[in-house]
Design a protein around this ligand. Structure first.
Ligand code: ATP
Length: 444
């Protein structure tokens, strides 16, 4: 197998959190927390996940708009193929170790396009000059030659050579994204990182731009890292996809395999949220509740366990899975002091006379999608006891009763990547018994 164009290994970007008059570091936001992936020549790898999962931080760390905290970004483009590791273990193509000259070359070989092209164009500069500027910066002093190259590129992205002297405000959002593509291509790069390039566009325009990116990729032999929160966009453009959650890659594999045979519950939930023209034809009906937790204090074990519909029950417990999710949510809400018993009481009272304790208990169960009776008698007793304590205003004791009885292995053990096929891996404790993924040679 030929070497990948890009190999990212254990890349981390932690932002320090500072406080106080001395601006002391009190913690870190682990926006990207040890991600690894390859992109082959001519391949498109998608990076997908909800807002706040760390996709943009990953992109800007790979392209070195921001200095990563640690890890390797090995770029074998710009004619640097075939380099081997130095005796001290470092790699001559590791972007994180590049000097100024190498970084300048890297900036030629790897380009980025962003979600909002408007903000990256100076309204006073004609689009021809905006696209040609990089040629000038990289030493092409012949104005006529620059103009010829830019005019050709404008045509290739579906605009006209006559657009050279027009200004950004004369173009629509879709057209501006075409200009951004022309600008990204002007130095003939090997890699383009596209961060949500179509999210700000109308759906009909999205399809046009995605098809243009596809065509340009073939024409220029490009590799792409394509970032999106939208699974359906990923399916249209990517060969493989890496699913990111809270700074980590939880699943990676060929797009069609991930769509037809997702292994990680987070991937299933993302797939389930794709809108379909017929709402009755919803895939799976898994509702991804809440938002991504803060990367400052990520959940222990599997970071997705606080929202996972398949969160594992401990040995000896076997209750309905929806009840189990509800019990864990109730435990966490009680411990976070987020249950407003008075509010529940008022709600129940609004529909009739003074509510009984049984009615309040039933209402709390309903709010957390917990059945009237949980299958496991011991757990049912614990739940009733905790709900009574809650109603009696002893929230602390209720939390402690729930915490003692309701635990999950997912909060205790960090899942390792498991191989499902040659290039399909996920990190979920549900697959723990399978063959562990082959160690990556670059990790040695
Ligand atoms: N400069 C910063 N300092 C501290 N935290 C940051 C900084 N930049 C990003 N973060 C945090 O890192 C996490 C990841 O952010 P990032 O923008 O990379 O996510 P994303 O998946 O690209 O989401 P979006 O699509 O909304 O941009 C978020 O919790 C964000 O608040």
């Amino acid at each position: 197998m030929t070497e990948p164009l890009l190999s990212v290994r254990d890349l981390k970007k932690h932002y320090p959190i500072r406080k106080g008059i001395f601006n002391r570091k009190v913690g870190a936001a682990r926006a990207v927390d040890g991600i690894s992936f390859d992109i082959e020549e001519g391949e498109t790898l998608g990076l997908v996940g909800e807002s706040g999962c760390g996709k943009s931080t990953a992109a800007s760390s790979v392209i070195h708009l921001e200095e990563p905290t640690s890890g390797e970004v090995i770029f074998n483009g710009n004619g640097r193929k075939g380099a081997t590791r130095n005796p001290d273990g470092t790699h001559p193509n590791d972007v994180t170790e590049f000097d100024d000259q190498e970084m300048m070359e890297f900036r030629r070989g790897a380009q980025m396009i962003f979600q909002d092209p408007s903000s990256s164009f100076d309204p006073r500069v004609s689009i021809g000059n905006a696209v040609g500027e990089l040629l000038k910066v990289h030493g092409m002093s012949d104005r006529h030659r620059r103009r010829a190259i830019v005019e050709d590129l404008l045509e290739r992205v579906g605009l006209s050579a006559n657009d050279f002297d027009r200004y950004p405000h004369e173009f629509s959002g879709g057209q501006k994204q075409r200009i951004a593509l022309a600008r990204a291509l002007v130095l003939n790069p090997d890699l383009i990182i596209a961060d949500e390039p179509v999210s700000a566009l109308d759906v009909s325009i999205q399809a046009e731009i995605l098809s243009l990116i596809n065509d340009l990729q073939d024409e220029f032999g490009l590799s792409l890292l394509f970032i999106s929160h939208d699974m359906s966009v990923i399916r249209q453009i990517c060969d493989r996809v890496a699913v990111m959650y809270l700074g980590e890659i939880v699943e990676i594999g060929p797009v069609e395999e991930i769509f037809t045979n997702p292994q990680h519950p987070y991937t299933e939930a993302l797939l389930s949220s794709i809108p379909t023209p017929d709402p009755r034809a919803s895939v799976g009906g898994i509702e991804l509740k809440g938002t991504v937790p803060s990367p400052t204090n990520p959940p222990s074990g599997c970071r997705f366990h606080t929202r996972c519909h398949k969160v594992i029950q401990p040995d000896g417990v076997d209750v309905d899975q929806e009840d189990w999710r509800g019990l864990l949510n109730l435990r966490d809400n009680v411990n976070a002091g987020e249950i407003d018993v008075e509010g529940v009481r008022e709600n129940v009272a609004a529909s009739g006379t003074k509510p009984t304790s049984a009615e309040i208990r039933a209402e709390i169960r309903r709010e957390f999608d917990i059945s009237e009776t949980v299958d496991d008698p011991e757990l049912e007793r614990t739940l009733s006891e905790a709900l009574d304590l809650l109603i009696e205003d002893d929230e602390e004791q209720a939390g402690s009763v729930l915490s003692d009885a309701i635990t999950t292995p997912c909060a205790e053990t960090e899942p390792q990547r498991t191989a499902h096929s040659a290039d399909h891996e996920s990190a979920c404790l549900l697959h723990g018994e399978r063959t562990p993924a082959e160690p990556n040679p670059a990790d040695d």
